[in-house]
Design a protein around this ligand. Structure first.
Ligand SMILES: Cc1ncc(COP(=O)(O)O)c(C=O)c1O
Length: 433
């Protein structure tokens, strides 16, 4: 990194980190609403994947505990300080006169946020609804689709439980038929996935659900190829994509996947405030989906009909723009590469440990930051407890269908030293088995 680039970079990150943060006056908050659309310039165009000088600044933009090593970013991510500050500011402002500031001032910011999210997602803003999480986004579609008794829905046993429960409820209530796929993971064969979905499609198929990145093990599914296969068979089948873990983790645009619907959380890989999510519905499909919470025109083709949620947190929503700025200051491709690098960094070292096995591919085409591993002779619970006891390493245990192991999820702020600590700790646990 030359001196000039370093200076520019420090400037960009300093402002992104809120080092020159504005005071929390009403004027400054109002002014920031106007500036929310400004995206910090990406300071370098070179590949920074392994440049620790760069990533240390990203790390310093978060307020991560030095006492716990957090490797469950897959559950929910922390927010950079700039996002936390915005949230506090908007919250304080709202508390000065809630209905005035939330409903007359902050509410004005939603269209700006929609533009920003649409830009990141590669969609029209009229295809993006802002809501509270992936569950809300995906269940809005699941319950909003017109389905009749006997209609078939294709899904996998490795989908997320909330979505499975929603489909099971429709099965019980409406008599739809669920056609299950059981995936053997990991796989580095895209044709395998396409074939598994294809086998379940019949003349009665109305919907196919695809989990883009399997949360249990970090397997990336070829959503685009699966959608294309479905379209070739029958253009009228709806494709619903669960992108809870792929959005702001991988560098792609939602329409690239050729689905009709896409739901994601923003409090995972985007590092937006807790309780933020986004739903994409292809323009021509909007009028076909009923809203979960009724609006005055439930069959209109205006995506905003899905935002009649009653009173909700405006500060949370408005601080999301800062998370998008932060993400853009890194850049989607650079972030994807770094996340993949971090996962491979520790897994490649751990592969030498006796009894270690991993249920995640190391290839970029099939994985990102998430990896799930096991140690022969130890249960998942024993292993995850030992990691915490020995080194205060926080992970999550996975026991779901045919996936059993401890899931490790670093994030952009993760330090290589912490990954070394992880590998050393696994090594010392393995020695004691
Ligand atoms: C694949 C997948 N879908 C959906 C969700 C639900 O996300 P949320 O809790 O933000 O609604 C998760 C959460 O971990 C997930 O992993």
């Amino acid at each position: 990194m030359d001196r000039n680039s370093r200076r520019n970079f420090v400037k960009a990150i300093s402002s992104a980190a809120g080092i020159f943060a504005l005071s929390p006056s009403i004027e400054s908050v109002a002014k920031e609403l106007d500036t929310q659309l400004l995206i910090p310039q990406v300071p370098f165009d070179e590949d920074m994947t392994k440049n620790e000088d760069y990533w240390v600044w990203v790390q310093q933009s978060y307020s991560i505990s030095p006492n716990v090593i957090n490797f469950n970013n897959g559950g929910v991510s922390p927010q950079p300080v700039i996002v936390q500050d915005a949230l506090d500011r908007y919250n304080r402002l709202s508390n000065e006169a809630p209905s005035y500031y939330m409903w007359r001032t902050l509410d004005e910011g939603r269209e700006g946020l929609r533009l920003k999210l649409a830009d990141l997602a590669g969609t029209s803003p009229d295809e993006i609804a802002i809501n509270r999480n992936a569950t809300e986004a995906l269940e809005t579609v699941i319950f909003g689709l017109n389905l009749q008794k006997g209609d078939e829905v294709v899904l996998t046993k490795q989908d997320y439980p909330n979505m499975i429960h929603a489909w099971r409820q429709r099965e019980k209530r409406d008599g739809i038929i669920l056609k299950w796929i059981n995936l053997e993971l990991p796989s580095e064969d895209n044709d395998y996935f396409v074939k598994k979905y294809e086998e379940q499609i019949t003349e009665k198929t109305k919907v196919v659900m695809i989990t883009h990145l399997v949360n249990w093990s970090g397997q990336l599914l070829p959503a685009k190829q699966i959608s294309q296969m479905i379209r070739r068979k029958n253009k009228n089948i709806y494709v619903l994509i669960d992108g809870a873990h792929s959005f702001a983790h991988f560098d792609f645009k939602i329409p690239d996947l050729e689905g009709d619907f896409f739901g994601t959380s923003l409090h995972k890989w985007l590092s937006a405030p807790f309780g933020t999510g986004m739903m994409y519905i292809k323009k021509e499909r909007i009028s076909e989906i009923w809203t979960m919470f009724a609006s005055d025109s439930p069959q209109s083709n205006d995506i905003r009909k899905f935002e009649v949620l009653g009173t909700r947190s405006f500060p949370t929503e408005m601080a999301t723009g800062y998370a998008v700025n932060f993400h853009n200051s890194i850049g989607s491709l650079r972030k994807q590469k770094r996340l993949h690098y971090l996962k491979n960094y520790w897994v490649e070292k751990a592969l030498n440990i006796k009894g270690f096995s991993v249920q995640t591919s190391l290839k970029q085409e099939f994985s990102g930051a998430i990896a799930t591993f096991a140690l022969k002779g130890m249960t998942v619970a024993e292993l995850s407890t030992a990691l915490f006891k020995k080194a205060r390493i926080h992970t999550t245990g996975i026991n779901w269908e045919n996936i059993n192991g401890v899931r490790v999820t670093p994030h952009v702020y993760t330090n290589l030293k912490d990954l070394d600590r992880l590998v050393d700790t696994i090594y010392s646990i393995a020695k004691e088995i």
